[in-house]
Design a protein around this ligand. Structure first.
Ligand SMILES: Cc1ncc(COP(=O)(O)O)c(C=O)c1O
Length: 380
């Protein structure tokens, strides 16, 4: 039989249809007229245990908001891992700031902390850790460094809904956490995102930024709108917020299903000496959301040869679908940021040896066995 594993996202059904229809019937479609945005943000705060949540139009806009709120602007430098997606880096460019790429560990996405410290200058203002496929990094180490050099931490938790580090939700540990709710994510509204923070000032600035930085006041019985800064329209509509509300309630259950699939794969692949199962770091106390699991090959399988073979056997991997590579090798950076560092050799090597495996909730035992057998047959 020719296999083809099909992702089960977006994971929406009757509850979302009901929630969206109710909003349409109410005819209150924007956050100005309806209450769903406020309810959604309250539910996000409850789930993630933060003081503030702001619903926004995408993960990219979430990062843009966070950079605005923390005052990142022209001539500032922001440290990002070389394995970051371009989507993480674009908002730095929107602020006319400079991304500085930092090397990773040999076998995981955590920063090479020596390289990170070497790249801190008087212009460095923030660090963006990126929790690829939902895995944390050593946030204790990162937080200590950030404190030492007075840097902000803006977490790119776009793929890490419900992942935990030392018992705390990723996206709630730094100054601001940024999430995407694009249709592939574990909380999905089609398009969308949100930011989390415990900081009053940042929350206020982000709420304003997504509404064109305008204030609405009633003076002497008359409405008055005034603009204070260059803001954007990054709001979501009430239908999106209503879908988000149903989705956040499903998150824990979805993680459990993915974990079960992931554990099955790990159990059956663990003994293979030709590959290793991705670990976020030996000393890291983590509970990932099992958005995916990753395997790391040795150099023999460089250029993602194994991922390409698996793809042909019907096992999709993001590293193929998204042509995953070190960020600064995209032509964009030659064009715009001519002088970015291209000295991240470990990251360059890592991206050619890692493969993420599907953990979709709809996978059957047959599907999981197909993944295991295909990998075993290919590497042996
Ligand atoms: C790690 C990471 N950062 C940022 C983004 C951007 O999110 P969005 O596509 O919602 O703008 C994504 C989305 O795929 C992502 O995976």
């Amino acid at each position: 039989m020719q296999y083809h594993l099909t992702p089960d996202y977006p994971n929406v059904g009757g509850q979302e249809i009901k929630a969206a229809s109710k909003v349409i019937q109410s005819k209150k479609l924007s956050s100005f007229s309806g209450k769903k945005n406020t309810q959604y943000e309250k539910e996000l705060c409850n789930y993630f245990k933060t003081r503030y949540a702001v619903a926004v139009s995408s993960g990219t806009s979430a990062l843009h908001c966070a950079l605005y709120a923390t005052g990142i602007g022209p001539s500032d430098e922001v440290l990002v891992p070389a394995t970051a997606l371009v989507l993480t880096v674009l908002p730095i460019l929107f602020r006319n700031a400079t991304p500085v790429f930092v090397d990773t560990q040999k076998n995981n996405f955590d920063f090479d902390y020596k390289d990170l410290e070497k790249k801190i200058t008087s212009r460095t203002k923030a660090i963006i850790p990126v929790y690829l496929w939902g895995y944390p990094i050593d946030l204790e180490k990162l937080s200590n460094l950030a404190k030492k050099y007075s840097l902000k931490i803006i977490e790119d938790a776009a793929q890490a809904h419900g992942s935990k580090y030392q018992g705390k939700n990723l996206g709630t540990i730094g100054d601001i956490g940024c999430f995407s709710t694009f249709e592939t994510k574990l909380v999905s509204t089609g398009e969308g995102g949100f930011v989390l923070t415990n900081n009053d000032k940042y929350a206020k600035k982000m709420k304003s930024f997504i509404r064109h930085c305008m204030s609405y006041k009633v003076e002497q019985g008359m409405p008055r709108i005034t603009f204070y800064d260059v803001g954007w329209n990054y709001r979501i509509n009430e239908i999106t917020a209503a879908i988000g509300l149903t989705q956040i309630k499903k998150l824990s259950q979805r993680i459990k299903k993915r974990e079960k699939n992931a554990q099955y794969l790990i159990k059956h692949l663990n003994d293979l000496k030709e590959i290793s199962i991705y670990q976020p770091g030996n000393t890291i106390d983590s509970n990932p959301n099992y958005f995916s699991i990753l395997i790391i090959t040795d150099d023999k399988w460089g250029n993602n040869k194994l991922a390409k073979t698996l793809y042909k056997l019907g096992i999709p991997s993001d590293v193929i679908t998204y042509n995953y590579r070190v960020c600064y090798t995209h032509p964009l950076f030659k064009k715009i940021v001519g002088h970015v560092s291209t000295e991240c050799r470990k990251a360059e090597n890592l991206v050619t040896r890692m493969i993420n495996l599907p953990t979709y909730e709809n996978l059957t035992k047959n599907d999981l066995d197909h993944i295991v057998t295909s990998i075993k047959k290919t590497v042996k």
